[in-house]
Design a protein around this ligand. Structure first.
Ligand SMILES: C[S@@+](CC[C@H](N)C(=O)[O-])C[C@H]1O[C@@H](n2cnc3c(N)ncnc32)[C@H](O)[C@@H]1O
Length: 159
């Protein structure tokens, strides 16, 4: 997932559902500074663990669906270059997925990327916000079970 993330000085990357920090670590290895990553994790226990592992990371205990408010509060003046999500999106209703996609579209800068992990291996078009296109995808067969990474690119404003 991390290899699809643009590394731009001054831009922030939002990680939704950081969990134990495996993707977070890959983002840092890719060259992002800890201060360039805003991790939004629902579990206070996992967030506390992340803070120990990455002391300079911006870690917020919160709900991904509050993304717009959390961005306003924690990184108000920074451009958002990418949103990386390990959320189990297919567990949520179509309406919830659409709502999240609209929020992601509203915080991303022009050309920004939304990188979404999924165990659903078939093509997954972005929710119909009108502001994303599927720019790239890959199946990671080494993952157990195999997983798919979808790279959506912002091509317009959410409706
Ligand atoms: C598949 S796991 C995380 C995988 C992660 N890359 C890792 O290395 O552990 C999904 C994570 O999303 C978090 N999560 C679930 N719903 C969430 C929500 N609404 N907002 C933020 N985080 C959420 C879970 O607590 C869990 O840590």
């Amino acid at each position: 997932m991390a290899r699809w993330v643009p590394v731009e000085p001054g831009a922030v990357v939002i990680e939704l559902g950081s969990g134990t920090g495996a993707v977070t670590r890959a983002l840092l290895e890719r060259g992002l500074e800890q201060s360039q990553v805003l991790a939004i994790e629902k579990s206070a226990r996992l967030a506390a663990l992340l803070r120990v592992k990455f002391p300079d990371l911006r870690v917020v205990v919160g709900d991904a669906w509050d993304l717009d408010a959390l961005v306003q509060k924690h990184v108000p003046h920074m451009q958002v270059g990418a949103v990386v999500s390990s959320l189990p999106l297919r567990n949520f209703s179509r309406e919830r997925r659409l709502a999240l996609a609209q929020k992601i579209g509203s915080v991303l800068g022009p050309g920004g990327r939304w990188i979404q992990f999924s165990y659903h291996l078939h093509s997954l078009q972005p929710p119909a916000t009108g502001c994303f296109k599927l720019a790239a995808w890959e199946i990671v067969w080494r993952n157990v079970p195999p997983a798919r990474v979808n790279v959506y690119e912002k091509v317009g404003q959410p409706a």
